[in-house]
Write a protein that binds this ligand. Structure first.
Ligand code: PLP
Length: 390
């Protein structure tokens, strides 16, 4: 037996455990101080009513002989795939049902999709970014090269013709920076991928935060993308499904073998998302569901706006926050990410996430999220003003 030693090449992720440890130490030493957490990328508002009603109804169906269901189709029930298809149509993307695969969330499929690619492919990943892209490829022993995202390109790197890549990750709106590509920029990536005969893995987990109609929510809004891109999306941030688990992956038929191989992979290694959850997800796409989730998204977006406006008042450089729940700021006074973390905790008891945890270019930057309550966000921003806008 030979073990997969590639796991030894993974960088240990101390980010969130170190944050938790520092917060708990501070809290034990200062029990009278109220700590406000604007660090975690998890939603806090509950599922909306139409979703909860749909879940209840599906539970009842499962408890009655006449409507009970066992194994479902591995790629998802048609009722949900039709709903996803209708959702894409709203932004002028036409999909066939055979191109849509229901998943238990974007994270699993972002990792699972790598089953389709040979080991010797070179992978291009933006830095900083959601760490799953790098780690899943390191586990498989693939070579990873980086596209530098930094203040100069407003954290939106564009392709470099001198860099050869076979698999390209794009996350827009981006975690952690909140930066969003426009259509012209994405077209450059599509053209680059086609010229290299490469595939783009497009992570659209935060598309629902985009409110400018000119900005692309799906890579398939870009001409030619169906020939070179797979898209991953999720109801986690869209509809508060982080604990309920449901998403969808689009593998266009134009990709030929990849679409067929993905179906083959799923029917072999996956037995589908629970019927009950898929009924809840279907309700998200109903008219009432869309209205209700929009209220929740707007709630987070108002928090994001408050954070962004406050940082502007304080003269702190930042991106994101407009079409994203994340605000990415430059640490004042050239502090490192961890120095700024300690500074905020000590001085105003606000917790965020050090940017250095998302890649080397994240050093000196810091992520705040809008997923907290309105009251806590407002209080945190008052505290920011008290030290940075005197
Ligand atoms: N993609 C990005 C960029 C994320 O930030 C996250 C979660 O934070 C995910 C995917 C995972 O989403 P899911 O809950 O659907 O697995």
């Amino acid at each position: 037996m030979n073990i997969n030693e590639n796991y030894l090449n993974l960088e240990q992720s101390y980010l969130f455990s170190t944050v938790a440890k520092k917060v708990s130490e501070f809290s034990n030493n200062n029990p009278d101080k109220k700590i406000i957490k604007l660090g975690i990328g998890d939603v806090t508002l509950p599922l909306c009513k139409v979703v909860v009603d749909a879940l209840h109804k599906a539970v009842d169906e499962m408890g009655a002989q006449a409507t009970f269901r066992g194994y479902g189709p591995e790629q998802g029930y048609d009722f949900l795939r039709e709903a996803v298809k209708g959702y894409y149509k709203k932004h002028n993307v036409e999909l066939n049902l055979d191109e849509i695969f229901i998943s238990d969330g974007a994270k699993s499929d972002l990792g699972n999709i790598l089953d389709l690619f040979a080991k010797d492919n070179v992978v291009l990943v933006p830095d900083p970014v959601y760490p799953v892209y790098v780690d899943t490829n390191v586990m498989a022993g693939r070579k990873v090269v980086f596209a530098d995202a930094n203040g100069d390109n407003e954290f939106l790197p564009l392709p470099d013709e001198n860099v050869k890549a076979d698999i390209i990750y794009i996350c827009s709106p981006n975690n952690p920076t909140g930066a969003v590509y426009n259509k012209e920029q994405l077209k450059k990536w599509v053209d680059y991928a086609k010229s290299m005969n490469a595939i783009i893995l497009f992570d659209a987990a935060y598309e629902c935060f985009i409110s400018d109609e000119n900005l692309p929510k799906s890579i398939y809004e870009i001409e030619g993308a169906k020939d070179c891109a797979i898209e991953f999306c999720s109801l986690s941030k869209t509809a508060g499904f982080t604990g309920t688990r449901c998403g969808y992956t689009v593998v266009p038929e134009n990709l030929g073998k990849l679409n067929k191989f993905w179906l083959r992979r799923q029917t072999t290694k996956f037995n589908g998302v629970p019927y009950i959850v898929q009924r809840g997800a279907e309700a998200v796409f109903s008219e009432a569901g869309q209205k209700e989730i929009k209220e929740n998204i707007n709630y987070y977006k108002e928090n994001a706006k408050l954070i962004s406006d406050t940082l502007t008042k304080c003269g702190i450089w930042h991106v994101g926050g407009k079409h994203s729940p994340y605000i990415w700021l430059k640490c004042p006074n050239n502090m490192t990410s961890w120095e700024f973390f300690d500074f905020l905790l000590e001085k105003i008891q606000v917790v965020g996430t050090p940017g250095s945890g998302f890649g080397k270019n994240g050093e000196g930057y810091f992520r705040l999220t809008s997923f907290g309550s309105k009251e806590n966000t407002a209080e945190a921003m008052k505290r920011f003003e008290s030290i940075f806008n005197k």
